[in-house]
Design a protein around this ligand. Sequence first.
Ligand code: KIV
Length: 286
Amino acid sequence: MFGKQFRFTKVLECGGVSPLSATACVLKLADDLPTRSMKDFRQRKQRGEKITALTAYDYPTARLLDESGIDIILVGDSLGMVVLGYQDTTGVTMEEMLHHTRAAARGVKRALLVADMPIHTYDTPEQAVETARKFIDVGAQAVKLEGGVSHVEQIEAITKAGIPFMGHIGMLPQSVREEGGYRIKGRNQSEAEALIADARAVEKAGAFSIVLEIVVTEIAKQITKAIDIPTIGIGSGKHCDGQILVTHDLIGLFPWFTPKFVSPEARVADEIRRAATAFIEQTRNS
Ligand code: KIV
């Protein structure tokens, strides 16, 4: 819907030009792609069409989600926990994120591919743009970082550089150590006001959508009403304009921890154990 299919169609419309101008044409259209796709998201919010998003960190998962018709695929830095075995996302490096973004990008034809900028790769606006460009170079179509009012300069720098941007406010996993755990946000008046200010700041800075992580349902509803870009909730109730989950949680592939707000749709870990046990028994008995 948002990805290479559109790019391909538009490139075909440029037929009959010299090789040099054809390259310029492709570059120009690649530039146009995000603008057009990002506008679609606002329109979908206006039409009340829910937006769907899941994470992927490798080629087969990205391809399966893409073929299933998901709108957005996020190469989240949740990679650190569910794939790399870290305790939280604070140890995830740029090298790891680029490696997995490259792999996921190979599997995506129609969804919008968003990549998470890891901790300390966007401490200044200049660094934020440099990091965002690296993700675009390996196949991401948009980037995400954690923060609202505190990161407006970085977000503006990214969007002014023409790179589509997704916000992320509420519980910020990259701050889990300072916060001392994963806590629901918006529980009191001052937290709720700060969240609404964050959402407005992120929208004004040019984001096309915004993730609300573990925000009180009523406050997520208020934020959703207060801004024109879609809110994509995770553990933030049903009033958001869309929903995102870590795919490992949805399919039961990380059985050692499942967030309270997730009801897994499959038990893939059990299937892996069953198949491995059957193989071990068959081999030993043969
Ligand atoms: O890293 C991630 O997977 C995320 C989602 C939880 C939104 O940021």
